[in-house]
Design a protein around this ligand. Sequence first.
Ligand SMILES: Nc1ncnc2c1ncn2[C@@H]1O[C@H](COP(=O)(O)OP(=O)(O)OP(=O)(O)O)[C@@H](O)[C@H]1O
Length: 580
Amino acid sequence: MEFAEFADRVAEIEAESADLGTVTLLASLFADAGTDLETVVRFVQGRVFPAWDSTTLDIGPRLCHEAIARAAGPNVSADDVEDKLAELGEIGAVAASYDFGGQRGLAAFGSGGQDGLTVAELDSKLRDLAAVSGSGSEDTKLKILYGLFNRTDPDEARYLARLVLSEMRIGVGEGSVRDAIAEAFLVEPEDAAAIRDDDADDETVDDARERRDRHIETVARALQVSNDYGMVAALARDEGEDGLDSVHLEVGRPIQAMLAQAGTAADALESWETVGVETKFDGARVQVHRDESNSVSLFSRNMEDVTGALPEIVEYVESAVGSPAILDGEVVALDDDGEPLPFQEILKRFRRKHDVAKMRDEIRVELRAFDCLHAKGEDLLDEPLSVRHEYLSEVLGEDSDAVSDLLLSDDAEEIAAYEADALEAGHEGIMLKNPEAAYSPGDRGKNWLKRKPDVETLDLVVTGAEWGEGRRAKFLGTFLLSARTDDDYETIGKVATGITDEEIADLTELLEPEIERESGQEVDIRPSVVFEVGYEEIQESPTYSSGYALRFPRFISVREDKTSETADSLERVERLAESQ
Ligand SMILES: Nc1ncnc2c1ncn2[C@@H]1O[C@H](COP(=O)(O)OP(=O)(O)OP(=O)(O)O)[C@@H](O)[C@H]1O
């Protein structure tokens, strides 16, 4: 498929406001994608690599602006691109506003657009770009990117810019892609037509919906297990339901973590006969994969590969686990007496790429595993927690410190005593789990409840900042925070309190490459870094676009284990505001 056609079709999808219409357009794009299907499915989500793959293009706004400026000609600088961004509001519109002399230009000179980019070529070039590393890599990336922009017409440039910055923003969520895969390759055309036909009788529509929903369910399961939308689309097309049913967990390919809601022991006892009670460890989530040849990989809750940062966990798993397995758990930091250290300490180790050996001496970390997703050649997602926990004990050894205890109880007092002990021992709280429940990846359902006595904090995305004054003029000081919505961010407050001088320098280093635009002291920042902030109260307020403001916000830490996509949503802010 020509990238120009992709851009046309995506523009049509962007202009469609109805969800059902979006799914239909997506389904027809997928059906027409031929050998490019996997790439097209990823591109519409703003991805080059599957969700489980932590490879990134590593292109910041600055590099992208520079590439656009070069392609736009000698009279345009990266600063001009930034100014235009301030005016137009998003990078796609900026890229589309220049004439890079792509297809249209060439056609005008009679070359007939032979130099047009195809989806496959673009994919391969972007993969080359992602593989560039070492000294001079910025320049090489710039050259590749500039070369690509140079070959685009305005419509293509719009989506190329958004793609390389992973912000397609065409109103296509994961649910739409899932439904479109089902519609393109599994749902009977008569059923799809009946669902859309306003005049069809209720029974026909209900039956058609039921059949469609079963197909969607099959696609959803394959997606949960593989985290690879492209592969699942290709399987649905080439091998149908049977192909999708045959998708299994693969050791080395991370899946999304199951998540928890806040809840109490009373909630748990009301919902389930017996409650599974565990310590809530104050560490960082980790998924442990041990393959056939005893090679171990570790992944964060964002499915990022953190193996290199945690050598002692790798060594422990190598020695303790005798066969292929996938475990879920928490990495905790401990002091010399084996007492838990606060969450901030583990963050100094997690995702670290430099000085790993030095930090290993300074901060001791250990694994606390609480779930087993694959062992003895079996996928265990559909097994109840109580059974998965038995597998876990078998894999790591019944008495291992690395296995989190699972207390099964129906007694409120016993649970309260367990909670008191956990807090006394310096843990964050307890988890209350339905022992009969399956493991549902990515799901924040009611089967796992978290109970911690501390006041809630918010994990908010940094979308802006201000340069400081005087002594702090070289540093970013006040940070604008936003809550996530479906495909955007709404501001909710600024934080400047609780940050030490040392942290200010670190935060500046972290955020400076993400600056999209500057005007005076104020800067816009690409949503990517997440701050955990405390506050006294959430108030309704017209000052910020979310309609809320935080009273006395204070910085707690950078949530290095979260991304702008897993930060707190505006919905959560609304719920917290209601419940205070
Ligand atoms: N025994 C346990 N079972 C499950 N999760 C646990 C356990 N102990 C600690 N955790 C951690 O608790 C997290 C869930 O609660 P918490 O509110 O602390 O996390 P969060 O990252 O701030 O929010 P959330 O995960 O709900 O988005 C899990 O993702 C996991 O990292």
